[in-house]
Design a protein around this ligand. Sequence first.
Ligand SMILES: C[S@@+](CC[C@H](N)C(=O)[O-])C[C@H]1O[C@@H](n2cnc3c(N)ncnc32)[C@H](O)[C@@H]1O
Length: 236
Amino acid sequence: MIIQLIVLIFYICYLCGASSSIKCANDSTFDADLDAKFRKDYSHGWAVRHPTLANLYNDFHCKVCIEIGIARGELSQVLLKMVPGITDYHAIDPFLGNYDNANDAMSQVLAEENAPDKWANAVIHTMKDYGCKFKLHQGLSSDMVKDFTPASVDCAFIDGDHRYEGVKSDIKLYTPVVKPGGLLIFDDYSWQFMGVVKAVDELVDQNHLDFVKINKHNNYYVKLPDTPDACAALIL
Ligand SMILES: C[S@@+](CC[C@H](N)C(=O)[O-])C[C@H]1O[C@@H](n2cnc3c(N)ncnc32)[C@H](O)[C@@H]1O
C-alpha cells in the first residue's frame, strides 16, 4: 500500500513536470521593449497566405490544431481569429537561432535576438486574448511530441526545421498524433527548401496520398486515410 502511494506521488510529480513546458497565453509577463521590437521587425510577406489557410481550417472543421514552428505567432493569431471552431491551438517552437544553418530568414532573426524565453513571452503576450485556447510548447518538435496522445489532433501545420531530416522527423512523429481523416499541412514546399520537397514527396509517393495545393504561396495539404487501420499502415 505504501509503495503504491509512493508510486502514485511520483506519477503525479511526473505529470506536473511533463506539462510544465506548456504555457497558456495568459501566463506571460509583459516586456515592453521586446514587444515593441517584435512588432517593428514584422516586415515579411507571409501574411498573403493567411486567408486561404483560414478557409481550409474552416472547411475541414479543425478544432484541435498543432503548428510546428510559429516564429512570431502571426499565423496562429490569424487562425484563432478567423476560425471560430478552434478549441485548442498547440504552438511548438524552441525560438533558437540557426536551426537550419540560417537558410530560413527567421533562423537569422532568432540568432540575433538570442533570447528564447523573452521571445516566448512576447509571443504569448501577443496571444493574450485567446487565454488557454493558445498553448505554447516551448521546445524542439522532437521533444514536445511527448505532450500529445495518438490520434488527438485535427490539423497539423508543419513549418519548423526546413531541412530534410527535420521535416522527415516531424512527419514521422506527428502523423500518428493526427486523427484519421485529419490534415497534415505543409509550408514552403518550393525549390528554396528542397528538404521540404523531398520529405513530403516521400510521404505522398510511398503512400499514394492525394497532395492538394492550397494556394500559390507553397502551401499544400494531405488528408490522412479515414480509418485507424489505414493510418497505422502508412509508411513514415
Ligand atoms: C518559418 S518560421 C515559422 C513561421 C510561422 N509558421 C508563421 O507562419 O508565421 C520557422 C520556425 O520554426 C521554428 N523551428 C525550427 N526548428 C524547429 C524544431 N525542431 N521544432 C519546432 N520549431 C522549430 C523556428 O524557431 C521558427 O520560429
